[in-house]
Design a protein around this ligand. Structure first.
Ligand code: PMP
Length: 402
């Protein structure tokens, strides 16, 4: 039974039951048409309406400025690892046609496994040189884990790069940039002062719509795979600054790599995200999800809820750490609101923790296969009450095992 378990998976993740019930109705009979949503033509007026309403809800909740377009595509966040390189190198080519490849830089801020993966894709595609602005792993004490946002003094940006790339919330590691402009773990905007128009790209896959996006207007691109706070996989959302929608064919004539048509941001945008058949059902669920969060009070209410949830969780995890039972993977200040990662210390204790959680109906708490340990994910569909049930379980585990 759905009501007997709480799903803490890292994505795909829990979605509200009421949203799924509504979606199930639409799957059978969309708005009284007698035709299910997955059976309707994407050229029908219904579908253009879903695209527009979905974009409108995102624009409203995140206060997206008019300098930016909202577009939808497929291929997941990983698809954008490639698309970012191709579209922004094309833009750089149009602006600086005579630079050699060795003079085109792609700056990656590596703070976890996903930004690292994105940088590897850039290196694989080529067309420019990958500059690692900082590698949080080599900065950390054990050189193995990503445990914090490193001090800005060690960040090495290149001059006029084609773009600067970072991942706002590292889902595997549980490392997140801070929204506090005074925090040392904030994104280092102050270092970019002279390079205001260098495109800054943020992967927001696992924190999208969990709280407002600081300095959204300064980003060239904020993007996210949908399968955390927004809906099912299959849909990728891009918030892209208009000057980054470029004529990639013109760039190709100047020597840039051609961009596959399904990855070309300008093509997608100029067709209102309907250049080819979109992931209609995922978009519909995303729309229902945003209507649901809107009814909950929109971004202020969601932010408040998420802040409370993570405070409750870190409080009990710190209690366990103080008793020598837990080791939190991430340093205070860089800890993620969405993903809490830790190890349970002592022979067989971690296994016991995961087994007891599982039989208590607290599901999917094992850490990512690359790093092990425990990972809790507190996306928007997990409410305070459910978080409270988990906290109670953890507190009892600490009492019995320390
Ligand atoms: N970036 C981040 C931050 C992620 O969490 C993930 C996966 N969950 C990805 C990228 C890759 O996403 P996808 O599986 O949609 O390609």
């Amino acid at each position: 039974e759905r009501t007997q378990v709480i799903n803490f998976n890292s994505g795909p993740c829990a979605l509200p039951t009421s949203v799924l019930e509504e979606a199930a109705k639409g799957l059978l009979n969309y708005k009284g048409t007698g035709i299910g949503l997955a059976e309707l033509s994407h050229r029908s007026g219904y579908f253009g309406q879903i695209v527009n309403e979905l974009a409108g809800l995102i624009r409203k909740q995140l206060e997206v400025p008019s300098t930016h377009e909202i577009i939808f595509t497929q291929g997941g966040a990983t698809g954008q690892f490639s698309a970012v390189v191709l579209n922004l190198l094309a833009r750089h080519r149009l602006l600086h046609p005579n630079l050699a490849e060795e003079e085109r830089y792609m700056d990656y801020v590596v703070t976890g496994n996903w930004s690292k993966k994105a940088s590897e894709e850039a290196r694989r595609l080529g067309g420019g040189v990958v500059n690692i602005v900082t590698d949080a792993r080599t900065v950390s004490e054990d050189h193995k884990t990503f445990a914090s946002i490193p001090p800005h003094s060690g960040f090495k940006f290149s001059q006029n790069p084609a773009f600067i790339y970072y991942c706002e919330n590292e889902t595997v590691d549980g490392v997140q940039f801070s929204t506090d402009p005074e925090s040392p773990a904030r994104f280092p905007w102050e270092l970019l002062k002279e390079q205001d128009f260098v495109p800054v790209v943020g992967d927001y896959s696992s924190s999208f719509l969990s709280r407002p996006i600081p300095n959204l207007d300064r980003h060239a691109l904020v993007y996210a795979g949908a399968q955390k706070n927004l809906g099912p996989a299959g849909l990728t959302v891009l918030i892209v600054r208009k000057d980054c929608l470029v004529d990639t064919d013109a760039a190709a004539k100047l020597g840039a790599q051609p961009v596959p048509i399904t990855m070309d941001w300008k093509v997608i945008q100029s067709h209102n995200s309907l250049y080819n058949t979109p992931p209609m059902f995922s978009m519909y669920i995303a729309q229902l999800m945003l209507e649901h969060t809107e009814a909950m009070g929109g971004m202020p209410a969601i932010t408040h809820m998420n802040e409370k949830k993570k405070d409750m969780l870190y409080e009990v995890l710190d209690e366990g750490a103080a008793k020598g039972l837990f080791r939190l993977r991430v340093e205070k200040g860089s800890r993620s609101w969405m993903n809490q990662t830790f190890h349970v210390l002592g022979d067989g204790k971690e296994k016991l923790f995961l087994e007891q959680a599982e039989s208590a109906g607290l599901k999917a708490l094992a850490g990512h296969r690359q790093v092990g340990g425990v990972r809790i994910s507190l996306y928007n569909a997990i409410n305070e009450e459910q978080t409270g049930i988990l906290v109670k379980f953890i507190r009892k585990f600490i009492e019995e095992n320390s």
